[in-house]
Design a protein. Sequence first.
Length: 81
Amino acid sequence: MNIADSLDLSARARPHHPAIEDGDRIVSYAELSALTGRAQTALRAAGVGPGERVVVALPDSPEHVAVIFALARLGAVSLSL
């Protein structure tokens, strides 16, 4: 089990509940799970896989959180700057 499993559980149990509030933007668990899936697909296509180390340099945003969850789903190690 890793941190991405908690997102998946929340997305199934309460998909419409807020996961992230970013100013006026509210992202539900279902939306965050979808963002994470798209990030996971892009990272996998770029060759990221289990055990890879990835530095993440993004502004604080729902997309940043999605990338962290996507890396966890892939079994990669993330370092946020």
